[in-house]
Design a protein around this ligand. Structure first.
Ligand code: GLY
Length: 351
């Protein structure tokens, strides 16, 4: 069954309907220190006003075992039962952490995700991947658990900084590459420098639909869903590299660069058309700039790619596309080939 994703600006109505129908005994809200201040007061629901609020510090650093234990502890202390509901209000950090806390507390309680960032709406909040970072690796520990409902309201995006919007937009570009030339070209032609909720909404709805259809067919990433990792094998390596070297970049930025790099790999392995790569590289350079690295970083980047959960043994497994809309899963790529693509990437971005 397709996960229920509701696009509405009446968030409170959606939550109240769910709670009325499902008869939860208690309602808990998980948020971070930023959303506690900026978003919770905007959800004028009696139910949310009465809910027990659990707050963790804002930032990716909170997506860890300590925060998970804290959420478990608060749920336990404040009397949550198996019939309680956890409402996760925030970006990907909150929906990943809260989803995992809910999926494991008393062997699993219901949860609702209310993403407050574009990245969360288009990716993290939808599809049932939950988890925390562990031992320096992103999403190293987690479980698959579908939110009972995802409620998306673009009204929370109006105060998002440009960097946050671009971060989410990179995942939309990924969905476009996986889906069709029509949708992908609509994304490349959209003026992301001056977005507004009305024009972004149809693109976002279509983009979320792409993910929903894939997840519905393969919720646990046994096959088809691996295509959603396009851009992420290199992207996660860049993201981890940036954190290790004290110049942290946003997830979506790393994905944007990862997409270019992995299309270069697809060009050599599967004859992916180079014209599409040039167009994407220009779009990425204009909007996301570049991630600077030299050939001295290759070994470290490739070592980080080896930690990817898709790998079997020493091989590095890439989810690629042969052309827009045509996926190719389980491509085992030699490190030498990855290095050549990193060389091309540096050429394209004049590094
Ligand atoms: N973020 C990729 C997925 O949900 O499978």
């Amino acid at each position: 069954m397709m996960q229920e994703v509701l696009f509405t600006n009446c968030v409170e109505e959606a939550i109240e309907r769910l709670c009325r129908d499902a008869k939860y005994d208690r309602c808990f809200v998980l948020c971070d220190s930023n959303t506690h201040e900026s978003v919770l007061p905007r959800i004028a629901s009696a139910l949310v006003a009465e809910a027990e609020v659990i707050t963790v510090a804002a930032g990716e650093e909170s997506k860890n075992l300590d925060s998970l234990a804290y959420v478990w502890g608060e749920l336990s202390l404040r009397g949550a039962t198996r019939h309680s509901l956890l409402i996760n209000v925030g970006g990907g950090m909150i929906t990943d952490l809260g989803g995992m806390a809910a999926a494991t507390f008393k062997r699993g309680i219901d949860f609702v995700n209310i993403p407050t960032t574009l990245l969360g709406a288009v990716d993290a909040a939808v599809g049932g991947k939950t988890g925390i970072n562990f031992a320096g690796l992103k999403n190293e520990v987690g479980v698959f658990a579908q939110a009972r409902m995802v409620v998306i309201s673009t009204r929370f995006f109006d105060t998002l900084p440009r960097e946050e919007l671009l971060s989410g937009y990179a995942e939309m570009l990924k969905h476009g590459l996986i889906d069709s030339e029509t949708h992908y070209n609509a994304l490349l032609n959209y003026d992301i420098t001056s977005p507004d909720a009305d024009t972004l909404l149809p693109l976002l709805q279509y983009s979320v639909g792409i993910k929903q259809r894939i997840v519905e067919q393969d919720p646990q990433e046994k096959g088809l869903r691996k295509v959603l990792n396009l851009g992420h094998t290199v992207g996660h390596a860049i993201e981890s590299h940036s954190h290790k070297h004290g110049r942290a970049v946003a997830h979506g930025y790393a994905v944007a660069w990862g997409l270019v790099c992995e299309l270069l790999i697809a060009h050599r392995a599967l004859s992916f058309p180079s014209a599409v790569i040039y167009d994407l590289a220009r779009f990425v350079e204009q909007n996301y700039s570049a991630y600077a690295f030299t050939c001295d970083d290759y070994d470290e980047l490739i070592a980080l790619m080896r930690h990817d959960k898709k790998n079997v043994g020493e091989k590095i497994n890439f989810s690629l596309i042969k052309k827009i809309g045509e996926m190719s899963l389980d491509n085992y790529i030699e490190p030498k080939e990855i290095e050549i693509s990193l060389d091309f990437f540096r050429d394209l971005f004049h590094l």
